[in-house]
Design a protein around this ligand. Structure first.
Ligand code: KG4
Ligand code: ZN
Length: 350
């Protein structure tokens, strides 16, 4: 293994519905990042179907790894370690990437490094960029996760708060479905909300009690449902109507109003956390970090708080393996590796 920092890591990611592989040098320089998305397979179900996801990972994983090695123009002899997402995620999906990584680690006699998917989202902003200035507060919000972390280094994270029900991305996807929009819902709502009236409907901002850093999005989602369909068996608190009778511009206004409520809560909680820990940087990660209204709100927040702002580019917000290989470099640097008994874990205790 190279003794300097220029170690090359092959990363593999398969925790949800993207099969991904990447080759990253020194934890930040991305030589290749290949992502095979299964969105088209899951679209007609309006969400990820675990059985279909694992089968699709099996079909894609070898090709995706080979493509990442080819794009990076490296052979096995140049790879210093194999990194893989082993928690949290869909168990059948995780196992496919984990088996591929273990096989390569064994066949090539290289160390294996297990990486937490959510921690990797909190690190993605450092890819092809400057190192993050710590302490940082990271907001990771995706289809499966919404959590705030205090980060003292790439590998030292402390959970400050998380959703007690739906993830933010899940709320975007479900609200899009209520409004009859496509899947995944986040990008649809984002683009529809542009130019629409975000003040048309005042949806609830669930802030929970006092200084809580936890989140709740299921009430917001239900409020949109009641607004659109009416409350069953009661007079309608919100002046809504059936989806068929909403005009296109009313649908866009509801989408924008929902997005404004979700973004408000994310911004307020991120602010609370940043002030609490005296953060030097605000870091965003996960699919919802691609949302233009959220990016705008957090950009303004960082200016107000005089914090450095770390917004990953779109390709590193969404699931990818570059963030896995990048973060793994820091574990390798600290001598933290796994053995071939490494387990996949669907959930991680708080
Ligand atoms: O990180 P990711 O690719 O997968 C998970 O780990 O879940 O995130 C996917 C989620 C989906 O819920 C999708 O609707 C949401 O990210 N998303 C967005 C946007 N782009 C993707 N949500 C809001 N605005 C967007 N522009
Ligand atoms: Zn993710």
């Amino acid at each position: 293994m190279k003794s300097d920092g220029r170690r090359v890591i092959l990363g593999i990611e398969s925790s949800c519905d993207e099969t991904a592989a990447a080759v990253v040098v020194e934890g930040r320089r991305v030589l290749s990042s290949v992502v095979a998305s299964q969105i088209d397979l899951h679209r007609r179900f309006g969400g990820v179907v675990p059985e279909i996801a694992s089968r699709a990972h099996i079909e894609a994983v070898n090709t995706v790894i080979a493509q990442a090695m080819k794009n990076a123009a490296v052979g096995p002899e140049q790879i210093d370690a194999i990194a893989v997402t082993h928690e949290p995620g869909l168990i059948g999906s995780l196992l496919v990437g984990l088996m591929a990584a273990k096989t390569l680690a064994w066949a090539w006699s290289r160390p294996l490094i297990g990486v937490n998917h959510v921690y990797a989202h909190a690190y993605a902003a450092a890819l092809d960029a400057e190192p993050i200035d710590y302490p940082a507060v990271a907001l990771v919000c995706s289809g499966g996760h919404t959590a705030l972390y205090r980060c003292d280094s790439p590998t030292r994270l402390k959970l400050l708060g998380a959703t007690i029900d739906d993830a933010a991305g899940e709320a975007f996807d479900k609200v899009a479905s209520i409004l009859g929009l496509g899947y995944p819902g986040g990008p649809e709502i984002d683009s529809l909300a542009k130019g629409a009236d975000a003040g048309a409907v005042r949806f609830p901002r669930t802030l929970l009690h006092g200084q809580s850093l936890d989140f709740s999005f299921s009430g917001l989602k239900t409020a949109v449902l009641y607004h659109v369909r009416g409350v069953p068996g009661r007079s309608n608190k919100y002046p809504g109507s059936a989806p068929a009778t909403l005009t296109e511009s009313q649908i866009a206004d509801v989408a924008a109003s929902f997005q404004a409520a979700a973004v408000d809560v994310l911004r307020i909680k991120l602010r609370r956390a940043a002030v609490k820990i005296g953060a030097r940087s605000l870091v965003l990660g996960g699919g919802v970090a691609a949302n233009s209204a959220l990016r705008q709100a957090i950009t303004e927040l960082a200016e107000k708080l005089k914090c450095s702002l770390r917004l990953p580019p779109l390709k590193y917000c969404l699931d990818n393996a570059a963030m896995i290989a990048g973060l793994a470099w820091h574990y390798l640097d600290q001598g933290v590796t796994a053995n071939l008994e490494l387990d996949a874990l669907a959930t991680v205790k708080r």
